[in-house]
Write a protein that binds this ligand. Sequence first.
Ligand code: FAD
Ligand code: DHB
Length: 394
Amino acid sequence: MNLRTQVGIVGAGPAGLLLAHLLHLQGIESVVLESRSREEIEQTIRAGVLEQGTVDLMVASGVGERLRREGFFHEGIRLRFDAREHRIDFPALTGGKKVTVYAQHEVLKDLVRARLEAGGQILFEVRDVTVYDLDTAAPKVRYRTREDELRELACDFIGGCDGTQGVCRRHIPGGTLAVFEKVYPFAWLGILCEAPPSSDELVYALHERGFALVSTRSPEIQRLYLQVDPGDKLESWPDERIWAELRERLATRDGWAPKEGPIFHKTIVGMRSFVLEPMQYGRLFLAGDAAHVVPPTGAKGLNLAVADVRVLARALEKFYKSAKTDLLEQYSATALRRVWKAQRFSWWMTSMLHRFPGGDAFQYRVQLAELDYVTSSRAASSALAENYVGLPLD
Ligand code: FAD
Ligand code: DHB
């Protein structure tokens, strides 16, 4: 059986679901195809920091009610180095902006619910997705349903929102895309534990033994990260070793120590920067991690996905309202300007806050001097704050 819609969307991550939601608000129909189950996407632990613009967009588009009630508003972060702590005050440096800590899977729950309540179609557990006829006015998505039926979805446009492992970009002819990539020689070990917040704001720490980050999820649950070797396996990080490293890397002169509790989730995530150019081929538009990946230090991954689909939704809206294609033609260039600024910021935060294997004492001293500068100069603090709370969405 063949289906038809205006915009076929591959991937029900933040990019795909928000695109479907924003299009729906403009009366544009879409179908979202997702390879995983609803339960799985709603339980996968990932990012947690939402920029001011992401929150504003969610609230303005009617999916921010629970976020406003349950999210934690943070007006600053702490930079810790040389056993000292310095606060970066976001509202004071950015004209009143802040960030919100609200887990990515909670954002997904809100978006899935909004789509389904509005009668939107999300097809979970589809397999063998392929996209074709991309350079015609009638691109198509072929897939197998959960019930193992082969289907074809005819569309006007396709949103390739299928993340880093996605298939959409593989259907773009070779030689069309330029790839820019940088792999970092370290990874993050992330944990969730049952303990109240150790700090009322996020703490980013550089220590001789490496990076550490204190974040939070709720009054009962903390999220913490530790720089580890990219080849490390979770087996080599028993709970006691994790706590010993966190205590050491986060220590201050006045004896601060993280609140500890049972660890119930552990992952190791590699770190890289990656950008594909252009983010479009024919009537296939890539958005979010399908087109670019950032190292997590700047907390930008989810926020970039949101910024992309806002630009794409506006371009599609203009097409359907006035048959004008100028914004669609500019989509890649418009999105990439912001993508590269977020790449720069994420690379800079990562470089400033991690120990590089083989890095010498000179490099470490320069990193400490940079942190000292960033925390003592209003201009440098403002540059960090402005990027952390998020550059304008367009
Ligand atoms: P995704 O969220 O990856 O969504 C893509 C969706 O497409 C997925 O649901 C996937 O199942 C689906 N899909 C893939 N292939 C197919 C296919 N062939 N057919 C159908 N569906 C398909 N960012 C931060 O800022 N801070 C963090 O701490 C952080 N932690 C992370 C931890 C992990 C383990 C990972 C993987 C990412 C993390 N990120 C983090 C990045 C952030 O989560 C992403 O930037 C964000 O999810 C991007 O959203 P997206 O919608 O573009 O892609
Ligand atoms: C979180 C993740 C990040 O990448 C970051 O920079 C800060 C916080 C988090 O998961 O809470």
